[in-house]
Design a protein. Structure first.
Length: 257
């Protein structure tokens, strides 16, 4: 593989969480990226802690998951097929530590297999059409195929704090009583955190998120805040594209409204 193609594939890793639990054949509208924003190798996680004040047994909040991103070049660009462990398992740390991405790539007939995780959900529910979901075992871990992302301009995939358009056909619900964490742009757009990552900081836990603003390299005019919901918050739509971004610790956010 050429050096330039390798760099492109590494950059595409930052897109994997943008499509998590999304619909099939998702596409992004890319914007410039700093190569350093690509996700690094997975590390073993700490135990997640919850700041949710109204615990609901069936909530997916705080659930650990991992993903494989299978990449292949096509005439239309690079196609990335996303496989996610949720809700089949919690991505056991010992299994995740022993994964063999090159073997997965060879077995699946793709150029590259990228590992993304561990990560943790912050919403309580996801609504989506599951008709196109396919279950497969990759490197010994059972996963569901949730999305296919086509990258038409690999050299321009997003910087931290730069929204990407993702046609994931899904809604995220944050229930009343939950603590949410959000970024607000200078123009008033507000993005709520949908998942947090232990890829940049393997010791990050949910109880750290309320004070995360002091650790982030926020662009001028951006603010970070936390609040406890007094009513349910629904983000996204099942028929409209989502606007999603990541901060510089690889935590992912979706546009509210």
């Amino acid at each position: 593989m050429s050096r330039s193609l390798s760099r492109i594939f590494l950059v595409v890793a930052s897109l994997v969480t943008l499509a998590a639990c999304g619909g099939g054949d998702d596409e992004t509208t890319p914007t410039p990226i700093d190569e350093d924003s690509a996700a690094p190798a997975a590390t073993e996680s700490s135990v997640a802690e919850s700041t949710t004040t109204a615990v609901v047994a069936e909530s997916m909040r705080g659930k650990r998951y991992c993903e494989f991103l299978l990449l292949a070049p096509t005439d239309g660009g690079i196609v990335a097929t996303v496989y996610n462990t949720f809700p089949l398992n919690d991505c056991p740390a010992d299994q995740w530590a022993s994964i063999d991405p090159p073997a997965v790539a060879q077995a699946e007939g793709v150029v590259l297999a990228l590992a993304n995780g561990p990560r943790y959900w912050l919403m309580d529910e996801v609504g989506r059409d599951t008709a196109d979901v396919i279950t497969k075992t990759l490197s010994g871990i059972e996963m569901n195929r949730y999305a296919t992302v086509t990258i038409t301009d690999p050299k321009s995939v997003g910087n931290p704090f730069t929204p990407q358009t993702v046609d994931r056909k899904a809604t995220f619900m944050f229930r009343a009583g939950s603590t949410i964490f959000s970024l607000t742009a200078p123009d008033g757009r507000r993005f709520v955190m949908q998942s947090w990552s232990q890829q940049r900081d393997p010791n990050l836990v949910e109880s750290d998120l309320a004070g995360l603003g002091s650790r982030l390299a926020l662009p001028a005019g951006w603010t970070y805040a936390s609040e406890t919901l007094t009513e349910d918050l629904v983000v996204g739509a099942d028929r409209a594209p989502a606007q999603v971004l990541q901060d510089d610790l690889a935590n992912s956010y979706s546009l509210v409204g």
